[in-house]
Design a protein around this ligand. Structure first.
Ligand code: C2E
Ligand code: CA
Ligand code: CA
Length: 510
């Protein structure tokens, strides 16, 4: 509402709300992005592990092929076998050395020829694969050894750990990979360990080879999901901040508007700044004053006299209109009751009522209190309900309208023709008057279609036995047109403008 008085701010829930409204979409968005990033990491961990398994399977298959081709030589004297052992090393990728053993004793090696060293066959996982932390030639340097046996004889082939390290490092650059063979494991640093596997903070998973007895563990370091979000979704993060700021600002703006309007209206109610203006309604025939419509004005300390369409919508929205109308009716009674003898019996006083007010059972008491201040029958109170915001029929409203009718209060449908009230509606609420909207009156002599509607409304009200009031009458032509159709009452600038009580009383003084 563009009429507001600033008040000192307080750090209340209202002040916190815009922050909450701003932060909430950001948090939600971050959660979704974080979930998306974790899914992405899991997919990457899976595909990287699959690539690593494929590559290491290839290395091991070379070891296995070499061992298998040498198996027939196992048990043969080393002098005969030495050359084929070296040939296989030369011909087969990844193979660093080949060896033959018999009775768990390595007796022939491609490197040294005849040799003797115990073979710990029980340390081979599934009897075929072993990850070693070096041997006598290269102590502390990882080796992968493949064993194939035929009874007590067998062949051993080894691959240099550097091939494994290269695979672990190069495949999936950001993914952490670990090769696990039985109880031993090796990371990207090439060191062989015999203890518990390292746990990866994010997207940790294990993939076992289907061909050989080893597995690859993959995962990511802590904070990888956040890094991924920063590097891959910067636009989304920016958008989240943008949405958060917009939502927070919009909420703050809306709250400020609502709270300042409400506070300002409350202040004005307490200061009794809403006053009635009166616009006469003239009767058919002699056009003498037969009543008046009460129109609210705001006597604002700084803005002067404020039109109702600038503040009524806010008052309706905040529910304060009920209190304002109640106070207005008290003022009208106080204005007019002392001069009741000036009015003809049955002088109509129209008061505008909003739909919400009809849900308030106290409306009945307000009307009774109002009428009690006049001699019986002197005034007829008419409640004007705008057709644009008609109330829902319910048992409570039925009852209220019945009681109002018993009290002698009449019901008029205001702005008739602009909404869609049905005949059943008019009957249900036992409406007494239709107030033709001024837009139709303005079309007299201008627009044939609107005139047609106007004529239909007049005919309809006649058939339904409803009284009819035409508002917004500004010209003699309009007045005469309506008079020719026996419209019961007319209201408009032609007869009088809305006026303060002093003017109204002086115009009615005998
Ligand atoms: P409304 O109930 O249709 O009131 C008639 C409006 O038409 C009034 O405007 C009146 O001044 C204006 N009017 C009267 N004769 C003529 C005319 O010949 N030509 C033209 N152009 N206008 C004419 P106002 O007083 O500015 O009120 C505007 C609206 O504000 C009212 O329309 C009514 O809907 C609302 N309003 C006024 N007072 C109250 C109130 O106490 N309570 C509620 N709920 N609404 C009110
Ligand atoms: Ca009205
Ligand atoms: Ca109107």
């Amino acid at each position: 509402m563009p009429l507001s008085v600033k008040r000192p701010g307080r750090w209340t829930l209202r002040a916190l709300l815009p922050w909450l409204v701003g932060i909430l979409p950001m948090l939600l968005g971050l959660l979704i992005l974080n979930w998306q990033a974790h899914r992405e990491l899991a997919a990457r961990a899976q595909s990287t592990a699959a690539q690593a398994v494929e590559h290491i399977d290839w290395i091991v298959s070379n070891l296995a092929g070499a061992a298998h081709s040498l198996l027939p030589l196992a048990g043969e004297p080393c002098d005969n076998a030495q050359l084929p052992l070296r040939e296989v090393v030369t011909r087969t990728s990844f193979v660093r050395s080949t060896n033959l053993f018999s009775n768990d004793n390595l007796y022939c090696s491609s490197l040294f020829g005849p040799y003797s060293e115990p073979v710990k066959t029980d340390e081979y996982v599934d009897g075929t694969l072993r990850l070693m932390d070096g041997n006598s030639v290269t102590p502390g340097h990882a080796l992968l050894v493949y064993l194939e046996r035929n009874g007590k004889h067998g062949a051993l082939t080894t691959a240099d750990g550097d091939h494994l390290v290269t695979a672990l490092r190069l495949i999936g650059s950001n993914t952490r990979l670990v090769l696990q063979v039985g109880p031993r494991w090796m990371g990207e640093d090439g060191q062989v360990h015999n203890d518990a596997l390292p746990a990866f903070a994010e997207a940790s998973m294990q993939l076992s080879s289907t061909n050989y007895p080893y597995s690859i563990n993959s995962g990511f370091a802590a904070g990888s999901a956040w890094h991924l979000m920063q590097s891959e979704y910067p636009a989304m993060l920016g958008l989240l901040v943008f949405i958060g700021v917009i939502a927070g600002t919009a909420c703050r703006w809306q709250l400020r508007r609502a709270s300042s309007s409400r506070a300002e209206l409350q202040r004005a109610i307490e200061a009794d700044e809403f006053i009635p203006y009166y616009q006469p309604v003239v009767r058919d025939g002699d056009f003498r004053w037969a009543g008046a419509e009460v129109l609210m004005r705001w006597q604002h300390p700084r803005e002067g006299m404020v039109r109702p369409d600038l503040f009524i919508p806010y008052a309706e929205h905040s529910g304060q209109i009920v209190a304002m109308t109640r106070r207005l009716m008290q003022r009208v009674a106080a204005d007019l009751a002392p001069h009741a003898e000036r009015f003809v019996d049955g002088f109509h006083i129209g008061v505008n009522i909003t739909a919400d007010h009809c849900q308030d059972p106290q409306l009945y008491d307000d009307c009774r209190t109002f009428l009690a201040q006049f001699p019986p029958g002197r005034v007829i109170l008419t409640l004007e309900l705008t057709e644009r915001k008609l109330i829902e029929a319910s048992q409570a409203t039925d009852l209220l309208f019945d009681k109002l009718h018993q009290l002698g209060v009449m019901i008029a449908i205001d702005d008739f023709g602009t909404g869609q009230s049905s005949l059943s509606y008019l009957r249900q609420f036992k409406v007494d008057y239709l107030k033709i909207d001024q837009s139709f009156v303005a079309m007299i002599g201008v627009d044939a279609l609107s005139l047609h509607i106007l004529d239909s409304i007049i005919t309809l009200s006649g058939k339904l036995g409803l009284g009819i009031v035409a508002e917004g009458v500004e010209t003699v032509e309009q007045r005469d047109y309506l008079a020719a159709r026996q419209v019961n009452f007319q209201q408009g600038y032609l007869f009088a403008r809305p006026m303060p009580i002093s003017d109204f009383l002086s115009a009615t003084s005998p």
